[in-house]
Design a protein around this ligand. Structure first.
Ligand code: PGA
Length: 244
């Protein structure tokens, strides 16, 4: 079995001094793949200071270069040593108007330069309560597939992040999460990409990580709040290593 992947998503947090403390205390751990996705301005600092953890960004432009003020291209991320980039995080979808088609184009932009897009999918509370969780994840995945094509799917990581679990302290129950992950796995099998890693995200902490990661179709986690302190993040990585 491939080892688990744990990815930190710092969101709009960090600072040169605070980051030093993180990089000084975080490091490689046997038996788990780990990465942190830091804000753009800190990519160079992270690239220089990270030991044993891979580097990622939190979004990317769908465009390669030109008159797109404020955008950061996949080429630039690769230049700075990124391996991963998150695309389609629910905060980008809800707050910055990114729709399924944009998410697909961003995933394609990442793939073009050899970055691994971490494609986020997941339903809102209203959608879950309406019994539409599987349908929403399926629609979001189909939209990305339509842009990148089945051949490229093997080079993607998927993150199932129910919107109601993000930053709320209310993680999905392991059975609840596993049910969606199993559905996503079925979809991947249908596309000939069964080995693609499917991460769970939404209020993963050191004390629930091992239980979630032990589920058969949960291949690791995308960690927000608990990735800001090295101690918490490393404890989650440790939990992943222990169930791998
Ligand atoms: P959280 O965020 O761990 O703080 O819930 C997860 C995410 O948004 O990726």
């Amino acid at each position: 079995m491939t080892q688990k992947l744990v990815v930190g998503n710092w969101k709009l947090n960090g600072g040169l001094a605070a980051n030093e403390a993180f990089f000084g205390a975080a490091g490689a751990l046997a038996g788990v793949d780990a990465a942190v996705c830091v804000p753009f301005p800190y990519l160079a600092q992270a690239a220089a200071r990270l030991r044993g953890l891979a580097l990622g960004a939190q979004t990317v432009s769908e465009f390669q270069s030109g008159a797109y003020t404020g955008e950061v291209s996949a080429e630039m991320l690769a230049d700075l040593g990124c391996r991963y980039v998150i695309v389609g995080h629910s905060e980008r979808r809800a707050l910055f108007g990114e729709d399924d088609a944009v998410v697909g184009r961003k995933a394609a932009a990442a793939l073009r330069v050899g970055l691994t897009p971490i494609v986020c999918v997941g339903e809102s509370l209203a959608e879950r309560e309406a019994g539409r969780a599987l349908e929403v994840a399926g629609r979001q995945l189909d939209a990305v597939l339509a842009v990148i094509g089945a051949q490229a799917l093997a080079r993607v990581v998927i993150a199932y992040e129910p919107v109601w679990a993000i930053g709320t302290g209310r993680a999905a129950g392991v059975d609840e999460a596993q049910a969606v992950h199993a559905d996503i796995r079925g979809w991947l099998v249908g596309q000939g990409a069964a080995a693609v890693r499917v991460l769970y995200g939404g209020s993963v902490k050191a004390d629930n990580a091992a239980t979630l990661f032990a589920a058969p179709d949960i291949d690791g986690g995308l960690i927000g709040g608990a990735s800001l302190a090295a101690r918490d993040f490393m404890a989650i990585c440790q939990a992943a290593a222990s169930v791998a």
